[in-house]
Design a protein around this ligand. Sequence first.
Ligand SMILES: Cc1ncc(COP(=O)(O)O)c(C=O)c1O
Length: 415
Amino acid sequence: MSPKLALLGGSAIRRRPFTRWPIFGRSDEARLLKSLRSGHWGKLSGPEVSTFERRFARMHGCRHAIGVVNGTVSLRLALMAAGIEAGDEVIIPPYTFYSTGSAVLETNAVPVFADIDLNTFNLSPAAVEANITRRTRAIIPVHFAGQPADMSALMKLARKHKLTVIEDSAHAHGARHRNHPAGSLGHMGSFSFQSSKNLCAGEGGLITTNDDALAERCRSLHNCGRIPEGAWYEHHILAGNYRLGEFQGAILNSQLDRLESQTKTRDANGQYLASRLAQLPGLYPQKRPAACTRHAYHLFMMRLDQDHFGVPRNAVLAALRAEGIPASGGYAISLHRQPMFLSKAFGPYLPQGRARLNYRKTHCPNSDLICARQGIWLEQRLFLGSRADMNDIGRAFEKIHENRCALAAWAKRKR
Ligand SMILES: Cc1ncc(COP(=O)(O)O)c(C=O)c1O
């Protein structure tokens, strides 16, 4: 007989904490102190951000990288650099963070939602194609959880319809599609260094590109409309100050030293856990196409089908936590169902185009199903641990499945 679930009074599989995040040490302290003591605290006078930009660009197969204040601004500046204008349509997935949509609105453009694939959790190229109109100008695929979207199919569509592709790579530092790094696959890439991200400095963002003209526009857009040969008080376009600071640059440089080995560890652990969990009925870890040659595992994501697993997702989450495995259900609603979209609370943006929009009519059943009933997320830090950590997670799911009748009865009583 299987041991009793911790949630129902048994003993937990795990009491030890998993790896903490962020990871830092003497090298981070030394680099930060050096930057502090140099007195060069701004990007335009110090060496840290420019060094980081060069290193990050090289690591991601790009000629250019532009460090900015966060991964929301990087999306918006990339859209502006692409020449997106008022009323243009930009196709995005509904299963993503708020910023993928807010950045489009803050460019005065219209977010159009195309559903995700139920197995990869990434933008479905067929759904994208079905949403292309004569107003469509760009696509923002999100490499969800750190697994590259189907960039071969999306770039083919983009070429056919002359669209700009901006990869939202906020989850995908170091990920690869057919051995090409995320951020180098579309026309521009957008990264985030917010606290939870695989490479972090509390806050921060970055745009990658191999296009010299786009890079020049992004540089001007993040630096008050200045141009390289211009005077300090000479401003050529409407822009802002979105420069990343030197202290963050210093931290990012020392963190970057660890990224390659951390990414390898996460990918190996993630693949191991995925193959173990896929043995359980009704549990579907994110399907990894052959084109994904490296998964960044910002999240380990799976789908739980209650009809085949035998217990509702939320009861499984409660049982996992009681066993000492931190897990969440992720986004509770698709992005187009957020109050902001339903009430079109877009501030000063889209003043004319707003009347024709009705996000209540947006139909993305895969995203809705995952949000409401099926999604399970495990954080990236768990995957920096040992094989024994993975076995604890695997064992917890197996134990829950073995006790599914007792847990289902508990869930029924709770209803
Ligand atoms: C998919 C996605 N895009 C964009 C962002 C925005 O990044 P930031 O928080 O740095 O503004 C995030 C992060 O939280 C994200 O998860």
